[in-house]
Design a protein around this ligand. Structure first.
Ligand code: AP5
Ligand code: MG
Length: 227
């Protein structure tokens, strides 16, 4: 359709709410890059880079990596050519400072966010999801031993890579991550609500049902509606 807008999105929600899962589906359907700060850090950790070593100190404890580090990393990523048609940011921003810095970066590029998709999920449900999550060590595909199991145990359906459990998916670290989410991250929803950007989506049903809702929201956003 002529005059359709690009899609510059943030996906928001607590740990285990399905941000990565939905982002991958959105990225495939609309052909926009999925930018997950957590995935970038995990790649850096796997490569043993300096950034990886620094990030791991925080991630392993369920704490946030310092704002300056994350903001610069995202800035460099957004400057890349593939972000021109749009992007979906997953796991960023996570503090008010990061949200403000993101606005500054977008302004520099002459862009604005189109929507913040907020996945609303009950706390017992996110704990259930995180504790049985498995991730592909090669392509990053996300599985759940009960809700979205791989066809062969321990092996990625898409690329044959080996599946692993994230180091920060232990019960103790998950509790810390949820507390950090409530105290440092959830408050920035207000910042985006004031801008009229937030689209709440019920994240409790199945992956497919959540995606149906997300698509409906994005079609509205693309055609310029404000809900
Ligand atoms: P990050 O990797 O972003 O982790 P998170 O925010 O805690 O979120 P998760 O990746 O755990 O969950 P998700 O919402 O992506 O859920 P998923 O789709 O996998 O960050 C990790 C760490 O990095 C942070 O703690 C911090 O230290 C650091 N960091 C990252 N960004 C930072 C930043 N901006 N600033 C500072 N530090 C930063 O789904 C979860 C499970 O549920 C899967 O098993 C999946 O298969 C399953 N599932 C998904 N949807 C459904 C559904 N609808 N029904 C049933 N099961 C489902
Ligand atoms: Mg994720």
């Amino acid at each position: 359709m002529a005059g359709m807008k690009g899609l510059r999105l943030v996906i928001f929600g607590p740990p285990g709410s399905g941000k990565g899962t939905q982002s991958k589906l959105i990225s495939e359907l609309y052909g926009i890059p999925h930018i997950s700060t957590g995935d970038i850090f995990r790649d850096e950790i796997a490569r043993g880079s300096r950034l990886g070593r620094l990030a791991e100190e925080y991630i392993s404890k369920g704490l946030l990596v310092p704002d300056e580090v994350v903001v610069e990393m995202v800035r460099e990523r957004l400057l890349r050519e593939d972000c021109k048609p749009g992007f979906i940011l997953d796991g960023f921003p996570r503090t008010l400072r990061q949200a403000e810095e993101l606005d500054r970066i977008l302004e520099e590029l002459g862009w604005r966010l189109d929507a913040v998709i907020n996945l609303v999920v009950d706390e017992e449900e996110v704990v259930r999801r995180i504790t049985l999550r498995r991730v592909c060590s090669v392509c990053g595909a996300i599985y759940h031993l009960e809700f979205n199991p791989p066809k062969r145990p321990g092996v990625c359906d898409r690329c044959g890579g080996k599946l692993y459990q994230r180091e920060d998916d232990t019960e103790e670290v998950v509790r810390k991550r949820l507390e950090v989410y409530r105290t440092q991250t959830e408050p920035i929803l207000r910042y985006y609500r004031e801008k009229g950007l937030v689209r709440d989506v019920d994240g409790n049903p199945s992956i497919e049902e959540v995606f149906e809702q997300v698509k409906a929201v994005l079609e509205e956003v693309r055609s310029g509606g404000d809900g």
